[in-house]
Write a protein that binds this ligand. Structure first.
Ligand code: ATP
Ligand code: MG
Length: 396
C-alpha cells in the first residue's frame, strides 16, 4: 500500500490539556472531492467551523481513494440546510443534512455532536443528539483513526486522540473504553474487523479481548442496519480475510448463523474482490446466495423426503433458508427473489435439457446463475466441470 503519510509524518507532540496536534499536510487537489470543497467553502464563508472528517481523512493519509467525503461543522442542521438550495434534512436518531448534486450523488454534513449519549440498561445508545463542539464530536467517534479532521483552509489535520500516530503505526484503538463503546453500539466490533483488513492494521489487544467477550451483543442489532454493514464487510478487495476474521472472533454466527466455511465461499469472496479490483459490477445477490447455498440444500434434502413435488420442495427450501437469514440480516425482497432464481436455476442448468437450452440462455438470471455454477464446479462440485463447460460453449 502506498503510504503517503509515512513520508510526511512528524512525531506528534502529545495531547496535553486536551489540545489537539495540528499537522500541516497538503493533499493532492485531485484526491479531494470538488463538491466537498465547494460545500465546505460555503459553510466557512457563512462563518462556521467546518472540516472534512472520518474515513476520508484516514484514507487520504494512507494514499487510498476515499469512498465518500463526510463533513463536520459547528453549524446546526437547519443552518446548513438554509445555505444550500438543493439539500434536505434527514435522520431520526440524529439529524443530518444531505447536500444534493445528483440522483444518488450527495454529501453528508453533520453538526458536531457531544459524546453524551443516553443508553438503555443493556448499554445500547438510545439517544445521541446533543450538539457540541469539535472536542465533543471527537470522542463520540469509534476509533482514533476515524477521528481526524482536515481543515482545507489551513491545510491542517487536527488530531485530538492520536489518530495520526495510529495510522503511522498501523494500529486500531477504540476511543475510550472498548468494552463500553462496543456495548453502546455492537456494530463497532465488525467495523474494527473491517478496518483492520482494509488498512492492513492491527486491532489493539483491548479490542480483541472485548470482541471475544462481547460478540453476542451483535445479535441485538436490528437486522435492517446489518444489511448495509454486511455489504460493506464483504463487497471489497479483502472480502475473504474479513470473513475469516469474523469467524475467528465469533461474530459471523450473529450475521450468518447458517453459513459454514467451505471452498465455494472462499472462491466467491475472492471472485468478488477480483471483480472490484477490475472495476466490474458486483451484486450482493451473488455472495449471499453463495453463503446460504448449503443451508438451502440441507433444507431441500429434508423437505424432499416428505414433499413429492421437486419444484415445491425447492421453493420451500429457498424460503426457509431466506426466512432464517432475514431474522439476522434483513435483505430487500428484490435481492432475495434473485437469490432464489439463482438457486432454482442450478438444477435446470445441471439437467442440460436440449429443449430448455435457448430458454435458459435468454433468462434474465442466466448470467449470475451460470457464474454460480462455474464457481461450484471449481470448488465443492468438481463433478459439474463438464456441465459448466457445456454452458460456457452454449453461450458462444
Ligand atoms: P468507510 O466509508 O470506508 O466505510 P468510514 O470511516 O468513512 O469508512 P462511515 O460509516 O462512512 O465509515 O462513517 C464515517 C465516520 O463516522 C467514521 O469515520 C466515524 O468517525 C464515524 N462513525 C461511523 N460509524 C460509527 C459508529 N458506529 N460509532 C461511532 N462512530 C462512527
Ligand atoms: Mg465513509
Amino acid at each position: 500500500m502506498k503510504n503517503f503519510f509515512k513520508k510526511i509524518f512528524k512525531k506528534s507532540n502529545g495531547f496535553a490539556n486536551g489540545k489537539p496536534t495540528r499537522q500541516h499536510i497538503e493533499f493532492d487537489d485531485n484526491l479531494l472531492d470538488k463538491n466537498a470543497i465547494k460545500v465546505i467553502k460555503t459553510i466557512y464563508k457563512a462563518g462556521y467551523e467546518v472540516y472534512l472528517v472520518g474515513g476520508c481523512v484516514r484514507d487520504l493519509l494512507l494514499g487510498l481513494k476515499p469512498k465518500d467525503f463526510d463533513i463536520a461543522t459547528s453549524a446546526k442542521p437547519e443552518q446548513v440546510h438554509k445555505l444550500f438550495k438543493r439539500s434536505r434534512l434527514i435522520g431520526k436518531r440524529f439529524r443530518l443534512v444531505h447536500v444534493l448534486f445528483g440522483v444518488r450523488d450527495f454529501l453528508e454534513v453533520a453538526t458536531f455532536r457531544s459524546g453524551k449519549v443516553k443508553t438503555a440498561k443493556n448499554g445500547v445508545i438510545v439517544r445521541d443528539n446533543h450538539y457540541g463542539r469539535i472536542e465533543d464530536d471527537v470522542v463520540r467517534r469509534d476509533f482514533n483513526i476515524n477521528a481526524l479532521y482536515y481543515d482545507i483552509h489551513t491545510k491542517e489535520v487536527i488530531d485530538y486522540v492520536g489518530g495520526l500516530e495510529d495510522i503511522r503505526a498501523g494500529e486500531i484503538h477504540v476511543i475510550g473504553n472498548a468494552a463500553k463503546r462496543f456495548a453502546e453500539d455492537p456494530v463497532r466490533m465488525i467495523r474494527a474487523i473491517r478496518f483492520a483488513e482494509k488498512l492492513g492494521s492491527e486491532m489493539s489487544e483491548e479490542i480483541k479481548v472485548a470482541i471475544l467477550k462481547q460478540a453476542p451483543l451483535l445479535g441485538n442489532v436490528s437486522s435492517a442496519r446489518l444489511y448495509e454493514e454486511c455489504i460493506k464487510l464483504f463487497q471489497n478487495e479483502y472480502s475473504f480475510a474479513v470473513y475469516e476474521q469474523l469467524e475467528k472472533y465469533g461474530l459471523l454466527r450473529y450475521l450468518f448463523k447458517q453459513t459454514h466455511k467451505n471452498d465455494f465461499i472462499k472462491k466467491a469472496c475472492n471472485n468478488t474482490s477480483e471483480r472490484i479490483k477490475q472495476g466490474k459490477p458486483v451484486t450482493p445477490v451473488f455472495l449471499f446466495a453463495v453463503f446460504l447455498w448449503q443451508a438451502q440444500n440441507e433444507r431441500f434434502a429434508l423437505i424432499k423426503k416428505k414433499q413429492r413435488s421437486f419444484h415445491l420442495a425447492q421453493l420451500q427450501a429457498c424460503d426457509e433458508a431466506i426466512i432464517n437469514q432475514i431474522k439476522q440480516v434483513s435483505m430487500p425482497r428484490y435481492i432475495t427473489a434473485k437469490m432464489r432464481d439463482v438457486w432454482m436455476m442450478q438444477h435446470k442448468l445441471e439437467k442440460m435439457q436440449p429443449k430448455k437450452i435457448q430458454f435458459l440462455l435468454e433468462h434474465r438470471g442466466f448470467r449470475i446463475a451460470y457464474d454460480f455454477l462455474v464457481l461450484r464446479s471449481q470448488s465443492i462440485n468438481p463433478e459439474l466441470k463438464k456441465t459448466a463447460d457445456f454452458w460456457t460453449k452454449a453461450q458462444q
